[in-house]
Design a binder for this molecule. Structure first.
Ligand SMILES: [Zn+2]
Length: 485
């Protein structure tokens, strides 16, 4: 007698081997029996599947749920797409080691953006180590399993604040000790966000020093690249260097090439990955199956006196050529916090961001802003303002990727599926610049790329969602349907 029985399913066991008709019996939380054919098993709870697929829960190795889970512990957006285990702490950001000064920042962000006052109000950001953070999560109780990497931005920030210099020997030793402590507490490895502050201030050698610590624990080094467009080759090369000299497995996180002029180059980075493997670097990649990155409001580039006027009134202001000239001047002079440069100096980058949503002028969706300017036969800044005016300021932009590149990486045998998202518990609407990957990453792969296009077999897609990521982080009893798992 099993606790739970899944009768007459189509077992896709996560290893990639062909699916088969069968039943699965579960006892005390583990797979106890896999019966082939139509033989029914008996259990206290029985689900008759009529041929529906049975597969392991999905393992998301690139999650950002470690902050949002505190406000959304049921993790519904993850669970409802099949994710039972997620590994957070990516892109250099983790919840530990947590410096006192950062605790307030995180608390404010959670209250404002991710939860409600009520949910977050009860939380105290009073942990410091990873073990202490995991106790907080454990006490809260979560809908699925959460693991984490230790983020290099947190480690560097803890020891050196935001200082842009080489660490002293003592500081480096402190950083190494913090990484070791996090690994002792159960971190799955080290993550970096090489384009983000303050992680980007570290030299390659500094990261190698930390990777060496992780290597002693058989952990993984996962990297958000320095650059994901024109300088992607050098950025991939840095990760391979870190793998080579840090003697650790490395991961190209949410691997993609953004912006139209760079489309088609992902095949080369994957060839580079294969070549490095042949030379002994254990490198793999993960990918989310969408053609655009984090979404932002184009209207956030406007001066406040325009946005504050509201949608209709703001749009009316931009219809007037004289006002537009004034707005344009202010917009171009504004210094971007990310780059520290005025907008006028970064127009090349801005031209490459893609239009992913327009409330009215749908024809511009899919173009980049440079193409919008060409279509409108005007300069970039003017085109931005006209586009905002035509859509009552409701235009969303993002980095955009090519369908060809996405198919290339989805097919690669060492590329696994991940979300790059965080667990949420709120609906999608026009006002929420929320990426659909939070809700639909795994369904999109199974629906479009398996069922509709046949780009991947069901077995191969499930392998990329289960055993491949589970093995990558050393989880040996997950990601497969096998006795004892
Ligand atoms: Zn990232």
């Amino acid at each position: 007698m099993y606790d739970l029985v899944l009768n007459n399913g189509w077992v896709v066991d996560g290893t990639g081997r062909p699916g088969f008709a069968g039943s699965v019996g579960i006892l005390r939380g583990r797979v106890a029996r896999i019966g082939k054919g139509e033989q029914a098993l008996e259990g206290r709870e029985v689900l008759e599947l009529d041929g529906l697929a049975v597969c392991p829960g999905f393992v998301d190795v690139h999650s950002h749920s470690d902050l949002s889970i505190l406000g959304n512990p049921r993790a519904e957006s993850s669970l409802r797409q099949g994710i039972t285990t997620e590994i957070a702490g990516n892109c250099g950001w983790s919840m530990a080691p947590l410096h006192k000064q950062l605790a307030d920042v995180l608390a404010t962000r959670l209250v404002r953006g991710l939860a409600g006052e009520e949910a977050a109000g009860a939380l105290r950001f009073n942990w410091s180590s990873l073990a202490e953070f995991l106790e907080v999560v454990e006490a809260l109780g979560t809908g699925n399993n959460l693991g984490t990497f230790v983020g290099q931005s947190m480690v560097r920030g803890y020891v050196m604040g935001g200082e842009d210099r080489v660490p002293s020997a003592t500081e480096l030793q402190k950083m190494r000790a913090l990484v070791a402590a996090a690994m002792d507490d159960g971190a799955f490895g080290l993550s970096t966000g090489r384009s983000y502050f303050p992680g980007r201030l570290a030299s390659t050698e500094e990261v190698i020093e930390l990777a060496r610590v992780v290597s002693q624990y058989q952990g993984l080094y996962t990297c958000h690249l320095k650059n994901q467009d024109s300088a992607i080759d050098a950025s991939v090369e840095e990760v391979l260097e870190i793998g080579r000299w840090g003697r650790t497995p490395v991961q190209l996180a949410h691997h993609k090439v953004c912006s139209k002029p760079c489309w088609g180059r992902l095949g080369q980075t994957l060839e580079r990955m294969d070549a490095a493997r042949a030379q002994g670097v254990d490198v793999m990649a993960d990918v989310y199956p969408f053609l655009f990155t984090q979404v932002s409001y184009l209207g956030s580039r406007l001066p406040e006196w325009v946005t504050k006027a509201g949608e209709a009134e703001g749009a009316a202001l931009l219809q007037d050529a004289e006002t537009r000239r004034k707005v344009k001047e202010e917009m171009l002079a504004r210094v971007e916090p990310a780059s520290g440069q005025p907008v006028s100096a970064t127009l090349g980058r801005m031209a490459q961001s893609g239009v992913v949503y327009c409330r009215e002028t749908k024809g511009y969706e899919g173009m980049d802003l440079g193409e919008v300017a060409q279509a409108k036969e005007t300069d970039l800044a003017d085109a931005v303002l006209l586009l905002l005016a035509e859509n009552q300021l409701m235009v969303k932009t993002a980095g955009i990727m090519s369908a060809g590149d996405l198919r290339t990486i989805l097919r690669h045998p060492l590329a696994m599926i991940s979300t790059d998202a965080y667990a949420l518990d709120r609906p999608l609407d026009e006002k929420a610049a929320v990426h659909p990957r939070h809700y639909g990453t795994y369904p999109l792969v199974l629906g479009q790329y398996v069922r509709e296009e046949g780009l991947l077999t069901l077995e191969e897609a499930v392998r990329k969602m289960t055993s491949l990521p589970a093995r990558r982080v050393g989880l040996l009893d997950r990601g497969v349907i096998a006795a004892g798992a």
